[in-house]
Design a protein around this ligand. Structure first.
Ligand SMILES: C[S@@+](CC[C@H](N)C(=O)[O-])C[C@H]1O[C@@H](n2cnc3c(N)ncnc32)[C@H](O)[C@@H]1O
Length: 273
């Protein structure tokens, strides 16, 4: 379905509410992703949770279902895997807000020869870290006003043919974004601070540090209420520079699948699907 976002004195923006993919197109990503999830019994490391600043973004009501089977209805992860394989020869992926790593680990298993970057206020979940081969780590000071009270860091890992850069830093810390300079991300998933101000700031950082590739797809989770205003504001503000071609606002399952309602997920690309 095609819908229109209207706001006073501005050009309306049209967007679609369904991605143009069939059940058949999504069957392989769903198979791969459910197999990856089955390979991890328990995503929760209680010690890491006790040390965390944000409980890895897992609210109390979701903690009991975080390890439950998610069902076979498509999730945002399934759509991202399909998009990655269909539209890019080589992916440079950034996830802002990685949590325990459920979405991240599914993509790590679905894609080869890929550069992965993760950005979260928490240290990497030990459950995820144990599955990767560790490399170097560098640290820098976290701004005093951040809720993060230890040093920020960039830790490098490898996983099969993939490389992983994990930034433990605050989204509001421009220094942490600067550490990613030189990357040209073509698939970005924004799923950290679900506030209208934060997603605008993130986009400013992507622009400031030249972090977007010539062809890109950006996905946002939880675009409800004022978050939708920020989504359309980003599109309006940056359309001239990036020539955004496709805009979607979907209702689709998230990281715990059938164990909660669908998420409102926004997606833009600067090429047509
Ligand atoms: C909803 S979870 C991410 C779920 C994950 N993307 C998935 O699909 O599996 C949100 C994450 O954002 C992180 N986060 C919250 N505030 C942050 C901030 N200011 N800077 C960086 N990360 C933050 C939380 O620690 C949490 O891990």
């Amino acid at each position: 379905m095609i819908k229109t976002w209207k706001s006073l004195f501005r050009e309306p923006i049209t967007y679609k509410t369904e991605v143009p993919f069939s059940q058949e197109d999504l069957a392989e990503p769903i198979r791969l992703n459910r197999a990856t999830l089955q390979s991890v019994d328990n995503w929760i490391d209680e010690e890491a949770f006790a040390r965390s600043y944000f409980q890895y973004g897992v609210p109390g009501f979701l903690k009991p279902v975080i390890n439950q089977p998610i069902g076979y209805a498509p999730t945002y992860t399934d759509v991202m895997v399909l998009l990655a394989k269909r539209y890019f020869q080589k992916i440079n992926y950034l996830e802002i807000g990685v949590s325990v790593g459920k979405n991240f680990f599914q993509l790590l298993n679905a894609l080869d020869n890929t550069q992965f970057s993760a950005f979260d206020i928490e240290e990497i979940n030990p459950v995820l870290a144990r599955r990767l081969s560790a490399g170097t780590r560098t640290e820098w000071d976290t701004p005093g006003k951040s809720i993060k009270k230890n040093k920020s860091s960039l830790s490098q890992f490898t996983y099969k043919t993939n490389t992983v850069n994990y930034i433990s830093g605050d989204v509001w810390d421009a220094n942490s974004w600067a550490k990613m300079e030189g990357n040209k991300f073509n698939l970005v998933f924004s799923d950290a601070l679900h506030t209208p101000e934060a997603i605008l700031f993130e986009f400013e950082m992507l622009v400031k540090y030249g972090l977007l590739a010539d062809r890109f797809i950006i996905v946002w989770d939880d675009l409800v209420g004022k978050m939708q205003h920020s989504f359309f504001k980003i599109i309006r503000k940056y359309n001239k520079v990036y020539q955004i071609k496709d805009i979607y606002l979907l209702e689709i399952n998230g990281w715990v699948g059938k164990n909660e309602g669908p998420h409102s997920v926004g997606l833009i690309s600067n090429f047509a699907f």
